[in-house]
Design a protein around this ligand. Sequence first.
Ligand code: MSP
Length: 499
Amino acid sequence: MEKFYITTPLYYVNAEPHLGHAYTNIAADTIARYMRRILGVHNVWFLTGTDEHGQKIERAARELNLIPQEFVDKMVLKFKELWEKLNISYDDFIRTTEPRHVKFVEKVLEILFKKGDIYLSDYQGWYCIPCETFWTESNSDNLCPDCKRPLERIKEKNYFFRLSKYQDWLLDYIEKHPDFIKPPSRYGEVLSFLNLNRLNDLCISRPKDRLSWGIPIPFSKEHVTYVWFDALMNYISAVGYFDDNERYISKWWPAEIQLIGKDILRQHAIYWPIILNALGIQSPKTIFAHGWWMVGESKMSKSKGNIVSPFEVISQYSVDALRYFLLREVSFGMDGIFSEEAILRRYNSDLANDLGNLVYRVVNMIEKYFGLQIPQEIDMKNLDDLTNKLLIKMEDLVKKEPFYLQLPAVNFNDALENIWDLINTANKYIEDKKPWILSRENRIVELRNFVATLVKVLNKIAELISPFMPQTSNSILEQIGKNSLKKGLPLFPRIDPKY
Ligand code: MSP
């Protein structure tokens, strides 16, 4: 693969990041690391950032008596701080208030306006302020179909983008590109939506007297750009430009994969490819919509007041425990329920007991039987059955390894399950070989072979887990990756339940 471009949604900065935001960035980071380290792709570009315009943010700023720019400048630091803590290896961070983005959006609007794909018309409808979403029709209860909060009635002049003109093109495109929307359940959802409904044109402006915190519409003094139209552009504004003939030039586009949560599927699987097509730009190869982290029965979200702070989970369990838990607990694409019990269970069993224990035992055996010198050579001619079995298991996994995420299907939990199978086989190997007997009976050659085998397997495990748990991987390699042992602290000390 020559290049690999991966993106995450741009998160709204109206509140501090929560576990749901962390989830998408951890997933994207794991894929980016996997591409760089496991598949050896040199040109990987990982983009994340923040969505900083719109009513929601203007209101949040006003509540704190700040001007929006001051507010977003402050909030963006929280996101950057979290990404640093979580070891998110992004290559670029885009903010929608940056001049590079603003200029690009203005250019796009001009191109589409000139082309006749944007026009002025009357807008009447219902608007959900917290969701920043228009609904052309409302049910009798006048509540937002998404969040169930009251809608506001609106009538005004606005600019519209001709979404409807491209519906047939999109249907055809999706039918011909089975990998465009993942997982398959979401693909089916979008396809049947398009088959059953006619798209309305998309209102892409807001009158300035109602909302001023947005990108000015270049051909109207009275309007700013609708926040979703603005934000979607980031994926290309960050990596390209238009030349004099208004041709889009980019080293990175189209993205190989764009991760989103299923809450923003409509914008990414319908609006986004259509806008790109209108601009004569290719669609991304894959839009992957993952599931939600729930608390009990409801989606974790600021508006529901049930958010879990990733900062707190990290301080209690460690960064890698959080990364591991989120990617291991549910299959990517499905919803998961977050609870203290669930993460504690994973922590104590998979991390403390399985992986932590394996590292601890191997390090201690090296120290006890060989001092600081790590045995490296395995005598391949004299392998007993147990050793053979373990090495074959490792080789099998390594053969699968280049494809263990099997993109564009993203099977984090399968990959981890396979790696844990190797970890558990290695633990069992120690129990079965009974090194204390080998030592007591002075069977030094056998003991050396045994420890060298474990060292080899553990080095491989460290490599395989590196996209998921970079810190843990480094720590294992620091301890046993060279010729001499460098004993560290236990990786995952057991944590007693509070209840
Ligand atoms: N700003 C828009 C996206 C614009 S992209 C051009 C937005 N922002 S958001 O802050 O609400 O973040 C939404 C994304 O955060 C979701 O699509 C998902 O990736 C992640 N999550 C937010 N809550 C989540 C859960 N409870 N569970 C899993 N992921 C969640 O929408």
